[in-house]
Design a protein around this ligand. Structure first.
Ligand code: PEP
Ligand code: MG
Length: 401
C-alpha cells in the first residue's frame, strides 16, 4: 500500500529568497507527501553537506530516486533513510546533498501518514502522542550572522515556561516581540528584522538584555504566567583563534573569560537556556560551563552536536551539555534525527527541535517535536515561514484535544 511510486524534486524559494529543494512523494495507494529543505546561515562545521539545489536534485534523481521508486515502502522510514544513505555513499550526504535527502525523507513520512489517514506526529510518534507540547522559544532580538550591525549574540529568545498551553505560549512570544518593538520606538531606536523575524536594532548586547528583561516582565504580568529568556550565542561564529578567542564588538574574550562571562549572564539574568555558548570544537570548555551552571539552566549544543549521534555520544561522555538542538537537515534524514533524540532522551538531555534561519512553509518540525515529546521547539516568533510551524502546533493541540 505504501510502496513509493514516484518522487518529484523541484527548486522552490526559501524565506531569504534563495533556492531550496522541495520533494513530492507518491505511493501505490494514492498517498501524497510534500516537504522542503531549510537552510542555515550560521552553519556548523560538522553538518551534512547542502549542495546547490540544481546539483542536489540532479544527483538525487540519478542515484536515490531509482533505488526508492517501486522498491521501498514509504511507511518503513528507516528503510527509506537507509536507502538514501546507501544511494549517497558518503558520511555527510555530499553526493546527493543533505537538502535533497532531508526533503525526500520528510516528504516520504508525510506520504506514509497520508496513506494511514493519520496526522504526521501520530505516524512518527504513535497513538499516545499529542498530550504534551514543546515550549516554543521565540527569537525576538537578534544579530550575529542573521543581521548586520546588530547584537553580537545571535539570538535573544523569549521562553514562556509557565504557559498553560502551547497556544498561550505562542501568543506570549508574539506579544514579547511587539512589546520590544514599542520599547525600541520609545528609545528612538528604529529596527528592521533579521532573517528569522527578530528585531535587529543597532544596540549592544547589554542593552538587549535590559530590553528583553523588561519586555518579558511586562508581558508576563499581562498574561499571568512566567516568561523567562535565553540565548543562542552562536559562539563558533565569533571564535577566531588568531584573534585570541571570542571576538565581540568591544573586546576579545579568551576561552576562560568566555566561560566566566556566560556563567555571569546565567546568574544575572536567570537564563532558562543557553545555546552554543562556546566554539563547536571545544567540548572541554562546554564541560567547564556545564559544571558551573548546568544545574540552573540548559546548556545546549547546536553547532557542537549537529544532530549527530557520534558527537552527542562524546558530549554525553564528557558532560559537555545537558540539551541538544535537533535540525533534521543538519544530519540529512528523519531516522538520524530520531536516533539523536532517542540517545539524548535516554541520557536525560532536554531536546529542542529547531528551524533554520532560511525556511519555507514546511511544518514537519512541529510534528517532529510533538512526535518525540520534545521539551522545546525553536522556530521564531513571527513571520509566515515561522508562524507556519507555530500555527501547526496550535492546530495539532486543537485536533488532539
Ligand atoms: C537557527 C539557527 O541559525 P542557522 O539556521 O543560521 O544555523 C541556529 O544557529 O540555531
Ligand atoms: Mg544555533
Amino acid at each position: 500500500m505504501t510502496l513509493i511510486t514516484d518522487i518529484r524534486l523541484r527548486r522552490i524559494l526559501d524565506s531569504r529568497g534563495n533556492a531550496t529543494v522541495e520533494a513530492d512523494v507518491l505511493t501505490e495507494s494514492g498517498g501524497f507527501g510534500r516537504a522542503a529543505a531549510p537552510s542555515g546561515a550560521s552553519t556548523g562545521e560538522f553538518e551534512a553537506i547542502e549542495l546547490p539545489p540544481n546539483e542536489a536534485i540532479a544527483n538525487a534523481r540519478e542515484h536515490a530516486v531509482p533505488r526508492l521508486v517501486g522498491e521501498v515502502h514509504a511507511g518503513d522510514q528507516r528503510a527509506v533513510d537507509n536507502t538514501l544513505r546507501a544511494a549517497d555513499g558518503t558520511d555527510d550526504f555530499s553526493e546527493i546533498g543533505a537538502n535533497s535527502a532531508v526533503a525526500i525523507s520528510m516528504a516520504t513520512a508525510k506520504a506514509a501518514a497520508d496513506v494511514l489517514g493519520a496526522p504526521l506526529y501520530q505516524h512518527l510518534g504513535g497513538a499516545f502522542r499529542g498530550d504534551n507540547f514543546p515550549v516554543p522559544l521565540g527569537n525576538v532580538i537578534g544579530g550575529g550572522e542573521h543581521a548586520a550591525d546588530a547584537t553580537d549574540i545571535q539570538e535573544f529568545l523569549s521562553a514562556p515556561v509557565g504557559a498553560p498551553s502551547v497556544a498561550d505560549a505562542v501568543f506570549a512570544n508574539a506579544a514579547v516581540h511587539q512589546e520590544i518593538h514599542d520599547m525600541l520606538i520609545e528609545r528612538d531606536t528604529p529596527a528592521g528584522k533579521g532573517d528569522e523575524g527578530a528585531w535587529a536594532p543597532s544596540i549592544d548586547d547589554a542593552e538587549a538584555f535590559e530590553i528583553l528583561d523588561e519586555a518579558t516582565s511586562t508581558v508576563a504580568e499581562e498574561v499571568g504566567f512566567e516568561i523567562k529568556f535565553g540565548l543562542d550565542v552562536a559562539a563558533a561564529e565569533m571564535y577566531d583563534e588568531d584573534e585570541g578567542g571570542y571576538v565581540y564588538s568591544d573586546q576579545v574574550r579568551d576561552t576562560d573569560e568566555q566561560v566566566e562571562y556566560i556563567t555571569e549572564l546565567v546568574e544575572e539574568w536567570d537564563l532558562a537556556y543557553v545555546e552554543d555558548p562556546l566554539d563547536e570544537n571545544d567540548f572541554e570548555a562546554f564541560t567547564d560551563l556545564t559544571a558551573n551552571v548546568g544545574d540552573q539552566t540548559l546548556i545546549c549544543g547546536d553547532d557542537l552536536f549537529v544532530t549527530n549521534v557520534s558527537r552527542l555520544e562524546k558530549g554525553i561522555e564528557m558532560d559537555s551539555a545537558n540539551s541538544i538542538l535537533i535540525k533534521p537537515n543538519q544530519i540529512g534524514s528523519l531516522t538520524d534525527a530520531f536516533d539523536a533524540i532517542e540517545l539524548a532522551a535516554n541520557n536525560t538531555y532536554d531536546v529542542i527541535v529547531s528551524h533554520r534561519s532560511g525556511e519555507t512553509e514546511d511544518t514537519t518540525i512541529a510534528h517532529l517535536a510533538v512526535a518525540t515529546d520534545a521539551d522545546f521547539i525553536k522556530t521564531g516568533a513571527v513571520g509566515g515561514e515561522r508562524t507556519a510551524k507555530l500555527n501547526e502546533l496550535i492546530r495539532i493541540a486543537d485536533d488532539a484535544a
